[in-house]
Design a protein around this ligand. Sequence first.
Ligand code: NAG
Ligand code: NAG
Ligand code: NAG
Ligand code: NAG
Ligand code: NAG
Ligand code: NAG
Ligand code: NAG
Ligand code: NAG
Ligand code: NAG
Ligand code: NAG
Length: 507
Amino acid sequence: MVPATKYVGLGRFVLLAVLTCVPRCTTGVKRPNMVLILSDDQDVELGGMTPMKKVNSLIGDAGVTFLNAFTVVPLCCPSRSSLLSGKYPHNHMVRNNSLSGNCSSILWQKIEEPQAFPVYLQKQDYQTFYAGKYLNQYGKKDAGGVAHKPPGWNVWNALVGNSQYYNYSLSADGKEEKHGDQYEKDYLTDLITNRSIEFLNKKKPGKPFFIMLAPPSPHSPWTSAPQYAGFFSNVQAPRDGSFNQSGKNKHWLLRQAKSPMSSTSVDFLDNAFRKRWQTLLSVDDLVEKIVMKLNDTKELDDTYIFYTSDNGYHTGQFSLPIDKRQLYEFDIRIPLLVRGPGIKPKQTLQHPILNIDLGPTFLEIAGLAVSNTTMDGQSFFPLLTAPQTNITWRSDFLVEYSGEGNEEKDPDCPVLGPGVSQCFPDCVCEDAFNNTYACVRTLAEASLQYCEFADQEDYVEVYNVTSDPHQIDNIVKKVDPTFLQAMNQRLIKLQSCAAQSCRDNKR
Ligand SMILES: *[C@@H]1O[C@H](CO)[C@@H](O)[C@H](O)[C@H]1NC(C)=O
Ligand SMILES: *[C@@H]1O[C@H](CO)[C@@H](O)[C@H](O)[C@H]1NC(C)=O
Ligand SMILES: *[C@@H]1O[C@H](CO)[C@@H](O)[C@H](O)[C@H]1NC(C)=O
Ligand SMILES: *[C@@H]1O[C@H](CO)[C@@H](O)[C@H](O)[C@H]1NC(C)=O
Ligand SMILES: *[C@@H]1O[C@H](CO)[C@@H](O)[C@H](O)[C@H]1NC(C)=O
Ligand SMILES: *[C@@H]1O[C@H](CO)[C@@H](O)[C@H](O)[C@H]1NC(C)=O
Ligand SMILES: *[C@@H]1O[C@H](CO)[C@@H](O)[C@H](O)[C@H]1NC(C)=O
Ligand SMILES: *[C@@H]1O[C@H](CO)[C@@H](O)[C@H](O)[C@H]1NC(C)=O
Ligand SMILES: *[C@@H]1O[C@H](CO)[C@@H](O)[C@H](O)[C@H]1NC(C)=O
Ligand SMILES: *[C@@H]1O[C@H](CO)[C@@H](O)[C@H](O)[C@H]1NC(C)=O
């Protein structure tokens, strides 16, 4: 019998001490600037960062690439809400992309937005700027319309609704601004770039700034800039790992996927794969323009630049054509690269970082402590500038997802449902109300995942990600029951954690 603690209790990243002055020491001196670039649906497991030559060189080679960055929930609105609030979904209460699931809801606006990270930064005298997609329901009538400008932002250019490249509306500081489909005037990724440069030209001198840029790429409808439309014509979705494999020992939604996939599904996902990369080239340009601009104005050495995404993505894994709402690595892993003052170039770090850690990290750079907030995440600032510091880092974390479904049967796909959704192409449904799960992911000496579904089967999936990185083999029937019991207890604890107790490694 293997003691459960071998897997759940021990893992810690303990590093040796060299204390340097963190920004908190620099009272009286202007605090560093920050730029956050948040892409939409950009995976890291299937080559999502391959087209990003400029990002990899201007941020990655100049700083740190985190090899184990995760979202705590693989869906746009809940994930973005986690980033903004620094909280797990069970604490910010945004469950899905609908208004009824609290996506940009009036209650979110009342309770969470006033304590999101930009509010703290503004109080610390940061000039704050937002451009791009915000939350999927943002700007719609029932969510307060475009007049709603969230607190904490000095300059606000937010997309109404979900990702678009053309024919969209923005809330420009609370006023509606309509856009058509002329590349030179309207292409959203470029517009975001241009607005951020304008902000840099106009901001007040002597005060630090925080810029958040959220381009639509590589989310559907995958409309690239015209000059990139023919790129990657020979590229296909990767054929290795779990591509085109059966999900037969997994939860019911994966068991119903058609495996092997039809050639129409494969053509569809290959096309999506190429188009996603094409749209990313404009994001690569965005990053280059910002870096060059900051270099021109001699602000680059005083600016932290963060690059990340809201969730991962899959194209054909376990024969699911395209989507992101699953518990597997391809959907929960995200890119995370950071450059900035005091960060040595060309580093890679293994520490598990979560999207809920970004807010606490920004706060520390601004001279604030996360312990003074209700955030669940943990600042990784010490890892950036003094990776030798003797700090204790988490060895596990929670991923929690509430499945989306439809109340009615899809007339084109009558086989399953009601209660299912995302049944395209080929009527392979990729989500359902009962695709509701919570997982403990450990990442230390052991790399394991334990997930429980809230469905009629109380389905459990367990993976040894060390020996089975593609999560082919669900080992729930092979592992010791005491291990399952310990994981279940840890899951219960994490599902009810709040603030400090989410950062607590003790079980
Ligand atoms: C929406 O948020 C409110 C306030 O946090 C909460 O009471 C409610 O339960 C949430 N709704 C859902 C569906 O989680
Ligand atoms: C934008 O809307 C116009 C008018 O409805 C339409 O003709 C055009 O095809 C749309 N462009 C895109 C890229 O969807
Ligand atoms: C952005 O600025 C560039 C350079 O001034 C210009 O060529 C381009 O048309 C602008 N694009 C948008 C969408 O504003
Ligand atoms: C999917 O698997 C089937 C069965 O092994 C195989 O015939 C087919 O070529 C595979 N498709 C792709 C695109 O790899
Ligand atoms: C910044 O500009 C200097 C010249 O002023 C140049 O040497 C350096 O390579 C530039 N850095 C980047 C990242 O472009
Ligand atoms: C934390 O809050 C206390 C009380 O409001 C305040 O005195 C202290 O300066 C804060 N510390 C940090 C680092 O935010
Ligand atoms: C690092 O931390 C550990 C545990 O907190 C402690 O036992 C050890 O002495 C520390 N090492 C140094 C060099 O401070
Ligand atoms: C979102 O969550 C709410 C509250 O649980 C639910 O009523 C609604 O049906 C969900 N939306 C979708 C598309 O599943
Ligand atoms: C999940 O929900 C679907 C659609 O309502 C239903 O057909 C299926 O039997 C359910 N499966 C489980 C395991 O609960
Ligand atoms: C996971 O796989 C690794 C490497 O094969 C092995 O050392 C470890 O014992 C496995 N853990 C479990 C729980 O199966």
